[in-house]
Design a protein around this ligand. Structure first.
Ligand SMILES: NC(=O)C1=CN([C@@H]2O[C@H](COP(=O)(O)OP(=O)(O)OC[C@H]3O[C@@H](n4cnc5c(N)ncnc54)[C@H](OP(=O)(O)O)[C@@H]3O)[C@@H](O)[C@H]2O)C=CC1
Ligand SMILES: O=CC(=O)O
Length: 344
């Protein structure tokens, strides 16, 4: 890949990412771009970002705004989505369209994938007309979907067998951070690809962590979302209990927001949960998938995670009530259903 070989060796050792290192967006952005632009030292940020042909596969709640931010930054973006109609708004913003992941990979230097789950991530990367069949040495594949480590290693194996580079880079942050370019990237895999795509990650995110070997990014993401899923389940119990004992749940949200357990998630989701509104930012089915995968991760090291296991059961109940495509805060409805049943 022309841009990789031209800039990677230019990065001074002290600026290279170490496993576990966090790179906040603002201070290092210029450094990343400088390294990226070594062939023309005075070239503008925009000129250098434009030099990469970027593919984007998967234009759901997250993929669409991420690809849109790349387009807004002036990048050359080629897209594909299983449901073609979701490509149309991006095509009208200047994206190119290809009809298979393979064709996207053939026409791009680096291809990003933002897919629902392990099955779809494997299908799009390794299936018939999948991205791997369009890869070769000099290209890169960056999977930003939330999957388990074994899936990520499987995809990495297929990609690297073609001579291409692989980076897993799941994101923390939901629909709004994706729209605002404020995601947190949890990356692992080929360091040279990490360094190459750093300026691209910085368009879509506010910080990035390089965590070493493939699997570590997936594990970090699953641990974070295991905590988040349990927090939301516990918050739901609190909202319902406060109401049952005659308190105003809005006041509970305010009290929580001022204390040591305050979290943006509670302030953002609490008011709509009180109104039983769950517009999907993070679909409940994906939160349950992440808890399921976190349970597998814990099992792999014989770690007991009883709180997360209980939360997982609650999300499963919510799914059985048809709430899969609602926001994950709809897990509170599973508790409401349980208390109605026990009152009978
Ligand atoms: N939403 C959020 O807040 C966050 C989500 N994530 C993770 O990011 C990933 C994407 O999430 P999100 O955008 O919310 O999910 P969506 O459900 O909105 O989008 C899923 C995407 O995967 C595609 N897809 C699903 N199944 C297949 C398949 N069999 N073959 C090809 N494509 C398929 C969908 O295509 P189609 O349009 O055709 O259905 C769509 O592009 C998930 O792994 C999620 O856990 C991570 C951080 C935050
Ligand atoms: O995966 C979801 C998120 O908000 O992060």
């Amino acid at each position: 890949m022309a841009m990789c070989s031209s800039f990677c060796p230019q990065i001074p050792n002290q600026l290279r990412a170490r496993p576990g290192c966090s790179f906040p967006k603002k201070p290092l952005y210029a450094l990343s771009v400088k390294a990226f632009s070594s062939q023309t030292p005075n070239a503008s940020v925009k000129d250098n970002e434009l030099s990469a042909r970027i593919g984007f596969l998967g234009l759901g709640i997250m993929g669409s705004p991420m690809a849109q931010n790349l387009l807004k930054a002036g990048c050359d973006v080629t897209i594909w989505n299983r449901t073609k109609s979701k490509c149309d708004p991006l095509i009208s913003l200047g994206a190119k369209y290809k009809s298979t992941p393979q064709e996207v990979a053939i026409s791009c230097d680096v291809t990003f994938a933002m897919l629902a789950d392990p099955e779809s991530a494997v299908e799009v990367a390794c299936g018939k007309h999948g991205a791997a069949s369009g890869m070769n040495s000099g290209k890169g594949y960056v999977d930003v979907s939330t999957v388990d480590g074994a899936t990520s290693k499987l995809i990495s194996g297929h990609i690297k067998a073609t001579g291409a580079s692989f980076l897993e880079a799941p994101v923390s942050g939901s629909k709004k951070p994706a729209e605002d370019g404020q995601l947190i990237f949890l990356t692992a895999g080929d360091k040279s690809l990490y360094e190459m795509v750093a300026p691209i990650l910085d368009i879509m995110g506010k910080s990035r962590f390089y965590l070493g070997d493939v699997g570590n990014g997936a594990a970090m993401k699953l641990v974070v979302n295991m905590i988040m899923g349990s927090m939301m389940a516990s918050f739901s119990e609190g909202l319902l209990l406060s109401e049952k004992v005659g308190l105003d749940p809005s006041v509970l949200v305010e009290v929580v927001s001022q204390g040591a357990i305050s979290a943006p998630m509670y302030s953002m989701k609490g008011p709509s949960m009180i109104q039983s509104l769950y517009p999907p930012a993070f679909p409940l089915k994906h939160q349950q998938k992440d808890l399921r995968l976190a349970l597998g991760l814990a099992e792999s090291v014989s770690q007991s995670i009883p709180i997360a296991a209980a939360a997982n059961e609650l999300y499963k109940v919510a799914k059985s009530h048809g709430l899969s495509d609602h926001d994950f805060s709809a897990v509170i409805e599973a508790l409401k259903a349980k208390s109605q049943n026990s009152a009978k």
